[in-house]
Write a new protein. Structure first.
Ligand SMILES: [Zn+2]
Ligand SMILES: [Zn+2]
Length: 306
């Protein structure tokens, strides 16, 4: 029998006022990445690192792929960590704004989601090829190696190649000089509509979470509109605590979640050992008046749970 990766026996629904006390004993990280998207660590290393840092409930949420899930789930079992299979989808809102939706507790065997992820992998590869050609035409040849990596191809990989070749001093400037709109290596891509992506996640038994809402640089009014559209599409949770937020911003997001009756999630968006190294208490806890997303867990289908 395959190891149970689920969260059986971790049902906080009926504990009423004990919820917060129990939550304080566990350390959640529900948003992380590995080499299968644009992170630095293999899945087993990520889990080992998270375990050493005191994480007790971990979700792996690579961009547009679940290729690392099985390895992470096995490692989580070895380390005694509860594991949530997840994915982070790039989506389009209002016809032109790119935002990220994390799916927690998705069933990677779901046919519709599998097909969607395969289509996204192809679309990313096609964009990658076009970027390589565009850079070559601009006199920066040799980026083909980026297309041969086993995981998904993202702009980050092209940026890292540019840095490694000395065309830019760091990733940020590689983006600015070569990869953003108007730059020689820019290739537009059409991500799925937010409603379509939410349907994929819910169709696969998962909980859609609007990721890192502060990072889209939207005005208060626009962010309100985005959250309203997300809720109308079937979204269920907002990432209230993520790396780099101060208490004021966390409070603002907590109020936003409450206004829209959304659950609240916690995730480091871990990519690299530095500068966002996971450590116990490395993320603030959710404000006490939030409804934690893990209250929903009994309703989430978990890989390996039976
Ligand atoms: Zn993201
Ligand atoms: Zn992420």
């Amino acid at each position: 029998m395959e190891a149970r990766h689920g969260i059986v026996g971790c049902d906080y629904r009926d504990h009423g006022g004990l919820v917060n006390r129990k939550v304080a004993k566990l350390y959640y990280d529900l948003h992380t990445h590995t080499v299968w998207s644009d992170g630095d660590l293999e899945p087993a290393s990520l889990v080992a690192d998270a375990s050493a840092a005191g994480v007790r409930v971990l979700a792996l949420t690579d961009h547009d792929t679940m290729a690392g899930i099985d390895e992470a789930a096995r490692a989580a079992h070895v380390h005694g960590i509860q594991f949530i299979p997840g994915v982070e989808l790039s989506v389009t809102w209002a016809g032109g704004v790119t935002v990220h939706v994390v799916g927690l507790g998705v069933d990677g065997a779901n046919a519709q989601l599998r097909q969607a992820l395969e289509n996204l992998r192809e679309a990313r590869l096609k964009r990658g090829r076009a970027m390589v050609e565009a850079l070559s035409a601009a006199g920066l040849g040799g980026a083909q190696s980026v297309l041969e990596r086993p995981g998904i191809v993202s702009r980050v990989h092209v940026a890292d190649w540019l840095v490694a070749c000395g065309h830019a001093p760091d990733r940020a400037r590689a983006f600015k000089r070569f990869l953003v709109r108007g730059a020689p290596g820019h290739v537009a891509v059409q991500w799925p509509d937010i409603g379509v992506a939410v349907d994929w996640i819910r169709g696969a038994g998962g909980c859609p979470v609007l990721a890192h809402p502060s990072r889209y640089r939207l005005s208060g009014g626009r962010l309100e509109q985005l959250v309203r559209a997300f809720v109308e599409a079937g979204g269920l949770a907002l990432e209230v605590v993520t790396a780099g937020l101060d208490a004021g911003e966390i409070g603002r997001l907590a109020r936003l979640a409450r206004r829209h009756a959304l659950h609240a999630s916690v995730g480091s968006d871990f990519h690299k050992a530095l500068p966002w190294r996971l450590r116990p208490g490395g993320l603030p806890e959710l404000p006490g008046d939030c409804r934690p997303v893990w209250e929903r867990w009994p309703a989430i289908r978990l890989q390996g749970a039976d």
